[in-house]
Write a protein that binds this ligand. Structure first.
Ligand SMILES: *[C@@H]1O[C@H](CO)[C@@H](O)[C@H](O)[C@H]1NC(C)=O
Ligand SMILES: *[C@@H]1O[C@H](CO)[C@@H](O)[C@H](O)[C@H]1NC(C)=O
Ligand SMILES: *[C@@H]1O[C@H](CO)[C@@H](O)[C@H](O)[C@H]1NC(C)=O
Ligand SMILES: [Zn+2]
Length: 457
């Protein structure tokens, strides 16, 4: 039986600042897809609701009180990892994996600067550009967008559900995008933007409940917390790519996209010994150009479930830290998601984060305990598992290419015939050479990079 913890919780201040719920939700798909500094949802005129209501079937007895999950909350004490793994340890969640690398040998000076868009001018990136060029995957000749999402890109927005298939404006997806799990009531659990100081708390909770997740990690955070990445991997969670500096990928040049994905792949491999085969575009910002480049780099996109513009499975937990959302609003979002997920004909994927303490607190204190008590029961597992694939398929080196051919192929013609109908390559215009010529775009991009630098988290 459900217990109403809050009915009519007053959140007048937040509402006054950010407008009615439905406006917030429709703006949220724009706002979360657009870089900070652009589409802040404007508060529409009219009366604002004064409460958020939700019910929870269970909470964690040791949960941080909701009233303390606020943007200006004092930093909590952080906890050490329960287990760290010696170099050379053998991973057990996958078969045939190389021994665990020595995280202490990671030399940050051998990697790009943290949290800025990666320069494509290094020898490493030049090689990856060649690899993409030699992959046999055609990169559609689509100009980068400018920062600011749909409103700032009317031409691209008009094409968003056509040849560009730009998720940010209207949620266009391709069959090659993972957006749901095939089996009803199955939840492909994901956390983005870590590892962070608070990730060990999440890992401890997941361990207690014997849950495994997918972690979309940011390369810059991996540099800062390599032992946490190792702990995730060794515990049997799925590791996946979430770029180096968290830019909106459609705003980047082909070479910058390659640099962002390539360095993230590399640092993850350097830390855990294997390379992810899946990635999530920051802000969900993907189009057919980004899809094609990712495919050429062996990366399958994973989005989050979007039933409609008003029912996008984004808890908005990311905005707790900034104060753009509140704990009660996030739990109402979760309640709606849970309700929609219960009747949705397939399984589902949410957007959640492990970068800030507030997001971890609400996950471990409320969302996960409630989800575990849900009837009918949810099956909660990493995305690769919800797709009914073995954990080995989460990594390029361990993927069984004979039964599950990867997107990437050494042979161009093989790669070209492995694309599903409607995939990026089949809808993209063929034969555009890399690099795309972008006359006059340099200054716009430099400006976008300044904005994005500020929006890095
Ligand atoms: C990509 O390959 C084509 C043909 O194979 C070649 O003409 C072009 O110069 C290459 N571009 C780069 C950036 O290597
Ligand atoms: C599904 O989501 C929508 C929008 O968030 C919400 O209005 C609706 O109540 C949800 N349905 C259920 C059954 O919770
Ligand atoms: C599958 O192909 C990838 C990329 O070519 C390769 O690195 C990997 O070793 C292959 N996997 C197996 C099990 O042979
Ligand atoms: Zn992110």
């Amino acid at each position: 039986m459900k217990v109403a913890l809050f009915s009519s919780l007053t959140a007048a201040a937040a509402v006054a600042a950010h407008g009615p719920l439905h406006a917030r939700q429709s703006a949220s798909s724009v706002g979360s897809a657009a870089p900070v500094g652009s589409a802040a949802p404007s508060a529409p005129a009219g009366p604002a609701p004064s409460s958020f209501s939700f019910t929870l079937a269970a909470t964690n007895p040791t949960a941080i009180p909701l009233a303390s999950i606020v943007s200006n909350a004092p930093s909590q004490a952080t906890h050490a990892l329960g287990t760290t793994f010696a170099p050379g340890s053998t991973p057990t969640a996958v078969t045939g994996a190389p021994p665990l690398p020595n995280a202490a040998l990671l030399a940050p000076s051998s990697y790009p600067p943290l949290d800025v868009i990666v320069s494509p001018d290094s020898p490493e990136v030049k090689q990856w550009i060649l690899d993409v060029n030699n992959s046999g995957i055609s990169i559609p000749d689509i100009a980068p967008t400018v920062a600011g999402g749909c409103p700032a890109n009317p031409v691209a927005a008009a094409d968003a559900d056509k040849s560009r298939c730009w998720w940010t404006c209207g949620g266009c997806v391709q069959p090659t995008d993972v957006t749901t799990c095939p089996d009803k009531l199955t939840w492909g659990l994901t956390y983005d933007d870590g590892p962070s100081l608070y990730t060990p708390d999440l890992l401890q909770f997941l361990d207690q409940k014997q849950l495994k997740s997918t972690f979309f990690v940011v390369g810059s955070r991996v540099i800062s917390f390599p032992a946490i990445l190792q702990a995730e991997y060794m515990a049997g969670h799925q590791i996946a790519v979430h770029t180096w500096s968290h830019p909106s990928l459609t705003t980047l040049t082909n070479e910058q996209i390659i640099a962002e994905l390539g360095w993230s792949k590399k640092v993850i491999k350097d830390v855990i010994g294997v390379t992810p085969s899946h990635f999530r575009p920051p802000f969900g910002d993907i189009d057919n150009r980004v899809r094609a480049i990712a495919k050429a780099m062996g990366l399958t996109p994973v989005m989050w479930t979007r039933i409609s513009a008003l029912a996008t499975f984004d808890t908005d937990d990311f905005d707790l830290h900034s104060g753009l959302s509140t704990a009660s609003k996030v739990l109402q979002n979760w309640d709606f998601i849970e309700g929609n997920a219960t009747t949705f004909p397939s399984g589902f994927i949410l957007l959640e984060h492990d970068l800030f303490q507030q997001s971890v607190d609400i996950a471990t204190g409320y969302i996960l305990p409630d989800a575990l008590a849900h009837q009918p029961a949810f099956k909660i597992e990493p995305v690769i598992a919800c797709l009914n694939k073995p954990m080995n398929d989460a990594y390029i080196e361990l993927n069984d290419n004979s039964t599950n051919p990867p997107a990437q192929s050494a042979s161009g013609s093989a790669a070209l015939t492995s694309g599903a109908p409607g995939s990026a390559q089949s809808t993209g215009k063929p034969n555009s050479a890399l690099p795309a010529a972008l006359p006059g775009l340099g200054s716009v991009l430099a400006f976008a990079m300044v904005l994005l630098g500020a929006a890095t988290l």
